[in-house]
Write a protein that binds this ligand. Sequence first.
Ligand SMILES: [Mg+2]
Length: 271
Amino acid sequence: MREVIPGSLKRLSSVRAFALDLDGTTWLGDRLLPGARALKGLLDARGIPVVFVTNNSSRGRDDYVKRLNRLGVATHPREVLTSGEATIAFLRRHRPDARVFLVGTPSLVREFRDGGVSLADDPSGADTVVLGFDTGLTYRKMRDLCDLVRRGAFFVATHPDIVCPVPGGPWPDVGAFLALVEAATGRRPDEVIGKPGPRMVEALCERLGEPRDRIAFVGDRLYTDVRMARAAGMLAVLVLSGEAREDDLAGTEHPPHLVFRDLDELRQRLA
Ligand SMILES: [Mg+2]
């Protein structure tokens, strides 16, 4: 454990809600990371709200809920927030009349429909395009998306990650797709929803219902998790069980408040 910013341990004891990143923090591939199950159990027992947060919009919330429960982490649907859901929340709040051409997986399409977003089956009927982590991406979809972007449609990406960390990966993710769209059209998205952007914070705070300075955000990446938590005024907790290494802390632009080896060391501190 390391207290990078003085006074942060004291602040940890007054936290009223936790947001936990998934990949590299809660699990890695199909393996739960040390302390994930026990920490969730401890927070549940104390009545402290928890939300698991992920930028990965290739799967719907229900997929994550099922997987967490299968791994022995008791999780309610309200306790998962994906960048896909945050995109739906953004559209409903800021562009309620949008007719959306969505490039995404079948589970993201289902989530948008269930979330009350008006989807255009034919790209000619759309005024807004949303680009998600479509693992079934085709040339046809990319061509239609670029046509709409070039003609001035409002352009939203679910998240900025360039690659997705998977065993045997990494795989190209939305950020890599965006490079293709920019090369073809000269445009960047008008909104990028996921971490580290403020729209993800908006959706997270709405879900947790606690003031930002009483929320701890726990993640494994300095330039997304920690950067977003710091910018939003949340307590930024870094775990070293995923991407960031101890060495990365020297000279980083995004120092966390606290560093723990993994969720288990955090749990021991809270117990
Ligand atoms: Mg992560």
